[in-house]
Unconditional design. Structure first.
Lengths: 197, 197
DNA sequence: ATTATCTATAGATCTATAGATAATGC
DNA sequence: ATTATCTATAGATCTATAGATAATGC
C-alpha cells in the first residue's frame, strides 16, 4: 500500500496486459474486474483509480494488442527474406496448433469476432483499425497492382480467421483430427492460391 | 395460468426459438433467463419446469438451429438446378448484407465462433456436428474425387465464416464501405476459385 | 389430484464506491 | 499533504427455488 507514481504506470500496464490475455481467452463478457485484478496481483478496490469503467479497460486492452505479424514481418524484411517466403511463414504460424491452443496470445479476430461485432462503436472502431493494418501488412507481401494485392489480402485474411475459428470449435477432447485437417487444408490452399495468382 | 400439456410443448418450443435467435444476437453470455422468458411472453418462474439449467437451454437452442442451406439445397436439387449454380446462390446469400445484418437468423459460426470454442464439451460437440454437416452439403456440390471436394468445402467454409465475421466488425455506423468490400471481394474470389478448380 | 405458469425472493456474483492504511514527494 | 492500494460494502443483476394460482385431466 502506498506506492510511487512510477509503480502506478507499471501496475496500469500489468492490468492491461492481463486483460488483453484473459479477454481473448474468456470473451469480452467472460471475466470480471475482481478476477482480472487478482490475476494481476491486486485487489478490486484500486481498479477505478486506473479506469473509469470496465468498458474503458476493455477498449484499452483491445487497443494494446499488437499483431504478432508486425514484428515478424519487420524482422524478416530486415533480413532481406523474400516476400513470398515471409507470407508462407505467416500462414503456417497463424494456422498452427500452437496458435489454435493459445487464444490469449493470438489473433484478436479469431478469438473475439462475435464480441467485437456486437460491441459498441468504440470497440468496433478499434477492431476496424486493426483489420486495416493487418490487410496492409498482407497486401505489402503480394506482387502486382495495389488493388489486386488488397483483394488477395482480404480473401487470405478471411480464410485465415475462418479456418482458425472453426479449428478451435472442432477440438474434441479426445480426437482433434478434424481440427488439424482444417488447419492443414486451408494453409495449403492459401499458399498455393497466393503463389499462383 | 394453468395450461394444457399441448400448450406446454408450444411454450417450450417458443422459448427455444427465442433463445436460438437472441443468443446469436447477443452471444452465449449476453442474455439472461429472465430476458429470454419475457421475450417469449412468459415470466422467469416457469423456466425451470422446462430446463434443468440455463446451460441446458443454451445447448438445446444451439442444437435446434438448422442451417438455411439445408432446405435451400434440397429445394434447388428438386428443381434440377445445376450444382454449380446452387453453389453460387449459397455463396451470394451467405455473403449478403442481409445475412450480415441479421445474425439472429444466420450462421451460428459467424455469430458465435468464439463462444463455441470457449464452450463446454457439449456445446463444442453440437458445433462440430453442424460443421461436419455443412461441409458435407458443400462438398456434394463439387465435381471430382471425394477428397478434393471435401478440401474445397473446408477452404470455402473457412473463407465464408471469416469474411462474414470481419464484415460484421467493419460496420462503422456511418460508412460500411470496408464491410461491403469484404463481402463482394471474398464472394467473387470463392466463386471463381471453385469454378476453376 | 395434477400441473403449467405466476409472483416473490433467496443467494451468488458483479460493478462501482467509501473510507482506512501506509507509503511517496513537496 | 498527497496518493496508490487495501478492506469492506452498497446496489444492481443473475440463476435458481418456494409457494400461490388457476387451469387441465383422470
Amino acid at each position: 500500500m502506498g506506492r510511487s507514481q512510477a509503480d502506478k504506470v507499471e501496475t496500469h500496464e500489468k492490468i492491461v496486459r492481463t486483460a488483453a490475455r484473459r479477454l481473448r481467452e474468456e470473451g469480452l463478457l467472460g471475466v470480471g474486474v475482481a478476477d482480472l485484478m487478482k490475476e494481476a496481483g491486486l485487489t478490486v478496490g484500486g481498479f477505478y483509480k486506473h479506469f473509469e469503467s470496465r468498458d474503458e479497460l476493455v477498449a484499452e486492452a483491445l487497443a494494446s494488442i499488437e499483431s504478432a505479424w508486425e514484428p515478424a514481418v519487420a524482422d524478416a524484411k530486415a533480413k532481406a527474406i523474400p516476400d513470398a517466403k515471409i507470407f508462407v511463414r505467416l500462414v503456417d504460424g497463424y494456422l498452427s496448433e500452437e496458435h489454435r491452443d493459445a487464444p490469449g496470445a493470438g489473433c484478436v479476430f479469431a478469438a473475439l469476432s462475435g464480441d467485437l461485432a456486437r460491441g459498441g462503436e468504440k470497440v468496433r472502431r478499434v477492431g476496424t483499425r486493426k483489420l486495416l493494418r493487418g490487410l496492409e501488412l498482407l497486401a505489402d507481401l503480394f506482387r502486382g497492382p495495389r488493388a489486386g494485392a488488397r483483394a488477395t489480402a482480404i480473401v487470405t485474411y478471411s480464410a485465415l480467421v475462418g479456418a482458425l475459428s472453426l479449428a478451435r470449435i472442432a477440438t474434441d477432447d479426445k480426437d482433434d483430427a478434424l481440427s488439424r485437417e482444417i488447419l492443414t487444408t486451408v494453409a495449403r490452399a492459401i499458399k498455393s492460391w497466393a503463389a499462383a495468382r
